[in-house]
Design a protein around this ligand. Structure first.
Ligand code: SF4
Ligand code: SF4
Length: 188
């Protein structure tokens, strides 16, 4: 179990997110309007979101009690979501690449480090994602940005048991594949 967990953490917390930063960095600065994956790809994405939701039910409980990931005024829809959904009846409603930008991450981490110097009661609460409601995310799971369904922090990953990690593997690979396909399409 310990080995399986370490492998999951290395693969889906470290490597996967580093890969997304790398793929985003390699995207052209301006992605032509016509760059889009076929609608069948988005059907695969939707299916993967739903399967991953079932596999990660234990994480959802942990996340509901934390909510940290739904704070910060940064768009979670990225160029990958835009390219995957552009040719469908439900295109991504917005798009930004800051979430994968290393300078933004450094700046954001620095800002939070500075804020932690202040007494807890005086620390500002970061603004929340515009899709956040008092009941949690206002978007159905299939409509959420890919990063929102495929991101794990250490705490959420540790909430998964052996069966959950095994069930999450295939949909995570599918979402990773779609990111790669979107990156390839944008660079052609
Ligand atoms: S993934 Fe981690 S940091 Fe994000 S909401 Fe869940 S428990 Fe909190
Ligand atoms: S889209 Fe939903 S899950 Fe993603 S950050 Fe916003 S509220 Fe959270």
């Amino acid at each position: 179990m310990m080995l399986r967990r370490l492998r999951f953490l290395a693969r889906w917390v470290l490597f996967y997110n580093a890969e997304l930063v790398w793929l985003c960095w390699r995207l052209p600065r301006r992605i032509p309007e016509g760059v889009a994956l076929p609608p069948e790809t988005d059907a695969r994405r939707r299916e993967a979101h739903l399967r991953l939701g079932e596999a990660t039910a234990a994480c959802a409980k942990v996340c509901a009690g934390c909510g940290r990931c739904c704070l910060e005024e940064v768009d979670r829809f990225t160029p990958f979501d835009q390219i995957a959904r552009r040719a469908t009846a439900a295109p991504a409603p917005s798009g930004d690449r800051r979430i994968y930008s290393v300078p933004w991450m450094i700046r954001n981490a620095g800002l939070h480090a500075l804020q932690r110097l202040r007494p807890a009661a005086k620390r500002p609460v970061p603004p929340s994602c515009p899709h956040l409601t008092p009941e949690g995310c206002g978007l159905p799971r299939a409509e959420r940005p890919m990063i929102c369904v495929s991101w794990f922090c250490l705490t959420s990953a540790l909430a998964m048991d052996r069966a959950a990690m095994a069930a999450a593997e295939a949909p995570l690979r599918e979402i990773e594949r779609i990111h790669r396909e979107a990156a390839r399409a944008a660079r052609q």
